[in-house]
Design a protein around this ligand. Structure first.
Ligand code: FAD
Length: 423
């Protein structure tokens, strides 16, 4: 990750941990009657937990500004870690305070829901965690045949119900309700976040494009061409969320990268491998079908824009080449070397594009069946890598291994960027 991105990510963490809860803590602690002083810390833990839950819910609406700032994978990591920290605080809050009646019931139901959903989500929804912990990855892969991603998304949405229960829980407490500045802030922030969340469902119904072509370009890989009804801010290397609101079982948005650099024609090309229910069902979608596209998201192009490199090196494996095709397409003046590996020859995508790019004297491609070894790439690294940016696309293992290899070869971490296909 680039230095500027690291700085922004650190700053976002600080805002999330301290700045977001601050007004809640400040207004509540200023207005809390003195007889509750003994319980003050635990009461404040409750409000910090709620502010983090609201923030986690807001992040789940995938704000575009946040994606361009730190990238959606990092935003999802903040979402996950803050939610888990909120559960710990909520547990301490519940264990150390007494309550009765509906106040107790709503608080308890919410906490049990949060704990159950937290455990479930750590396995099925937190790619940032399963990518790092092999045991969790193994459990996820073993159970995924039953707990499909779509099912997990539905289950995960119960977090909104739990957050709603906390909203009621707090408003039921008379001495809290009477602290006007806190209550105004609490209600306004909740309405804003629940409103933003509800809007995502409205957006899912707004048709933004039409499918104009759908062909199989390689075994198990389809190319979809979409005509956008209006201009979207999409840059080379971006991904978009795609769904078909009128097709059964295709209404849940899924992320896919763009093959072509966006142009005035407002046509988007996607290349999609059939990995599961949604991606395999694409074969049945007819031309002219209505499409919802949400995007663009992603940071490949911003990494180039911020670094002004002289050299671009791309390491891609399998379907991970897709976003990097649009990077090459959209940056024709940048000296580019690509290392593109696939598991068998039939999987080599877009040979015609490579043939065309090879006419340029600033472009080289090395294609290979099976992985490249470290020497193959080391020998082709420029002597001075200061002005080189390396972009990686492909499976998790490949990405993390190449980050290690490149660092061993003396490339600074801040010059390498890898965007995963799983979060
Ligand atoms: C940033 C990004 C860019 C991507 N670009 C491409 C691309 O250009 N071409 C391509 O073929 N694939 C791409 N993918 C992968 C693609 O999104 C998944 O293969 C697809 O969503 C699988 O859905 P499914 O229902 O067919 O399979 P499932 O069996 O439901 O899922 C297979 C795996 O895909 C992941 N996945 C499923 N649904 C989602 C979702 N809604 N959001 C995030 N992850 C999900 C899960 O980790 C799951 O383990 C990209 C993924 C990401 C995160």
């Amino acid at each position: 990750m680039l230095n500027s991105n690291r700085y922004l990510l650190g700053l976002t963490w600080l805002v999330a941990i301290f700045l977001v809860p601050f007004p809640f803590v400040q207004t509540l602690s200023a207005g809390l009657p003195a007889i509750y002083n003994q319980d003050k810390t635990m009461i404040l833990f409750g409000t910090i937990a709620y502010s983090w839950m609201l923030l986690a819910m807001y992040i789940s609406t995938r704000p575009k500004w946040l994606d361009r700032l730190i990238g959606l994978p990092n935003a999802y990591m903040i979402h996950g870690i803050l939610s888990l920290a909120a559960i710990v605080l909520a547990y301490l809050h519940k264990s150390n305070l007494r309550s009765d009646g509906w106040i107790k019931l709503t608080g308890n139901w919410a906490l049990y829901l949060f704990i159950g959903l937290g455990l479930y989500s750590m396995i099925f929804m937190a790619g940032w965690l399963t990518n790092r912990v092999p045991a969790l990855r193994w459990i996820k892969q073993s159970l995924e045949r039953v707990f499909k991603h779509e099912v997990s998304i539905l289950i995960h949405r119960l977090n909104v119900v739990a957050t709603g229960l906390i909203f009621i829980h707090v408003l039921l407490i008379p001495y809290i309700r009477q602290i006007v500045p806190f209550t105004v802030l609490f209600v306004a922030a909740s309405l804003f976040v629940f409103g933003a969340y509800a809007m995502t469902f409205v957006h899912r119904r707004l048709i933004t494009a039409k499918l104009i072509n759908n062909v199989e370009i390689k075994p198990n890989v389809r190319q979809l061409t979409l005509k956008l009804h209006k201009h979207l801010d999409i840059y080379p290397g971006d991904f978009v969320f795609l769904s078909f609101p009128k097709v059964k079982l295709m209404k849940e948005p899924h992320p896919f990268s763009i093959v072509n650099a966006p142009s005035d024609s407002n046509e988007l090309v996607l290349a999609i491998r059939g990995d599961g229910d949604f991606t395999r069902q694409l074969a049945t979608i007819q031309v002219n079908e209505s499409v919802v596209i949400n995007g663009g998201f992603g940071m490949y192009q911003s990494v180039i824009n911020e670094n002004h490199p002289d050299n671009l090196m791309i390491i891609a494996g399998g379907i991970g080449i897709v976003p990097l095709l649009s990077i090459v397409d959209g940056n024709p003046d940048l000296k580019t070397t690509i290392f593109y590996s696939v598991s068998n020859e039939n999987n080599l995508l877009y040979q015609d594009k490579f043939d065309q790019w090879e006419q340029r004297d600033n472009f080289r491609v090395f294609r290979q069946i099976g992985r490249f070894n470290q020497e193959a790439i080391a020998n082709r690294l420029p002597k001075n890598t200061q002005k080189t940016v390396v972009l990686i696309g492909g499976p998790d293992k490949m990405g993390t291994q190449w980050i290690k290899n490149l660092r061993r070869l003396g490339v600074r971490r801040s010059q390498i960027y890898y965007e995963r296909f799983s979060w």
